[in-house]
Design a protein around this ligand. Sequence first.
Ligand SMILES: *Cc1c(COP(=O)(O)O)cnc(C)c1O
Length: 443
Amino acid sequence: MQLYSTKNKANKASLKEAVFKGLPEDNGLYMPERIPVLPTDFLDNLEQYSFQEIGYTISKHLMAGAIPDEDIKTIVEKAIVFPAPVVRLDDEKYILELFHGPSLAFKDFGARFMAQLMSYFNQEEDTELVILVATSGDTGGAVAAGFLQTPGIQVVILYPSGKVSPLQEKQLTTLGHNITALEVNGTFDDCQALVKQAFLDPELRSNIRLSSANSINISRLIPQSFYYFEAYKQVKKLGKDVVFCVPSGNFGNLTAGLMAAKMGLPVHHFIAATNRNDVVPSYLEEGKYHPKPSVRTLSNAMDVGNPSNFARMVDLYAAIEKAASTPESAWPTMKEAITGYAFDDQATRQAMKEVYEKYNYVIDPHGAVGYLALKTYQKEHSNTLGIILETAHSSKFKEDVEAILDREIEVPERLSVLSERQKVATNMDTNFDDFKKWLLKHF
Ligand SMILES: *Cc1c(COP(=O)(O)O)cnc(C)c1O
């Protein structure tokens, strides 16, 4: 497997390089040079494969040559350890629950797979790898849980003191083992600045092997394609045209779906659902891409004004047009495959109530945006089977959900047990020298 940069296809990297570097120097994004169509025998008999076997088959073909098959098998078996069930609302609407991992959001899939790949490639090195992560709360939890007890890897999480929710803080500070939490007396931007400066510091770089767990790392995208096949498998026998509806922020999830379709999954159509941060729906409508500053909404994990994976979407469709990768050249084919819709918070609240009253299902604000988009699409496309990606468990947004539905909701035990655990964190000022000294002393 070789990858190229979306900014310059001549700029190539091996999977190992792409995983450790995260981003190419030219600030493009890594894309697989070849996204193979999977064997007909696999596509025709999906129902005979377990979720892990689906992941293995995809990885074996996509990552061919980068890692021996038997090692890929082990990596997938260690990474895919929670299910992705499809739940029925009615004959047209289904929910793909992606929240059965430790941090209750789909990001657990990417984080675990990335951890396994990094650990695998790191075996060839004699020194420990230290991963620095700045978090405003959410991503840190998925990364911490994903890397927990991964051999050869230490993780240092920097979070802004007093600015993450109590339960989020517990997710970052109670794991122990190879996960160390630094409670920074500052903002998320201060945390990010410390991490950035560490990567630029020659003394640190010559003493410690540093890496990041960036959200646009290709190793987070690959496993996200697995659950599209897994979901399709569960509704296949109904024999309908399957539409995936993806609540989107940075569009990683949707991009993984597009890759699944390219690998041969018979997806009838994609729906890009956003909140008021609607740059992609506007682009799909008009053909012009205008990033803008994000606005704060109820579905805040999708508050993104310039989605990082948009370059990958453009790259996929520009290739079909055999044109240069520009938003304009990708538009004619992209708009045929994806329809975009955007909704505000008021509509989102209304949808959460509707889903609860009509189907007795507690949907989170992100999934509710998806529900609205699917409902709108199906007004003109009846007889399709829509699958909404439920990107997080509703209890992650407990206060909002309880206020909107006017009832108490359950917190899954894997999260609620954390509130009794002891927080362990080291206090850190925003001064870089202190952070540097701490790193040199510990690693
Ligand atoms: C990260 C996240 C999203 C957005 O996913 P993208 O892949 O960035 O589009 C949506 N919902 C939740 C709950 C998330 O955590």
